[in-house]
Design a protein around this ligand. Structure first.
Ligand SMILES: [Zn+2]
Length: 178
């Protein structure tokens, strides 16, 4: 489905209060849902099917813990484990079979360790608070995720081999007397 840009907004930082940022949008979406979109004498049904945002913005808009938190998965109830990784820490999710989150439970605030507060987006009754936030954006999952880890591993392996090679060359050279 082609994407139609209807507005872009900029600022020097993330928006402050979620309520101030989202309320005009929510009011308009609900109005359009009720009366449809009037275009050229026709009334076209309107609904908000999905909110497309990167991982940090998804968590911000949904008022949930961040994607790397132990309860950070937006789709299921898996609980991550914090593990040392290099000089920092990483969150490991060990199962893909945890029960899926549901719109009803999210709106009922049944995930207190996942939800950090109420998001005004819950006032859009027809928006599915789970399926309406697809997880699959390329930047954080592929480019910054898998590809970065893969390149880092290749780079470290190459360095390791280079060190071994230099070490071996050094050992062989030590037999030479100049
Ligand atoms: Zn999950």
């Amino acid at each position: 489905m082609p994407v139609m840009v209807i507005g872009t907004f900029g600022g020097s930082s993330k928006p402050g209060r979620l309520e101030d940022f989202l309320r005009p949008f929510i009011t308009e979406v609900n109005e359009l849902f009720q009366r449809g979109l009037k275009l050229g004498g026709k009334v076209i049904p309107f609904m908000l099917r999905a909110v497309i945002a990167d991982a940090p913005m998804r968590a911000y808009l949904k008022a949930t813990v961040n994607f790397n938190g132990k309860h950070g998965c937006l789709s299921c109830t898996t609980v991550g484990r914090s593990e040392r990784s290099g000089r920092g820490r990483t969150t490991v999710f060990e199962t893909v079979n945890a029960p899926l989150r549901t719109d009803a439970a999210f709106r009922n605030w049944d995930y207190p360790e996942h939800q950090t507060g109420r998001t005004p987006l819950e006032d859009i009754a027809h928006l599915d608070m789970i399926k309406g936030f697809p997880v699959g954006e390329r930047l954080h999952l592929i480019d910054e995720g898998v590809t970065k880890k893969f390149l880092m591993a290749c780079w470290q392996t190459a360095l390791m081999h280079a060190n071994l090679f230099i070490g071996e060359a050094d050992r062989r050279m030590s037999f030479l007397h100049f």
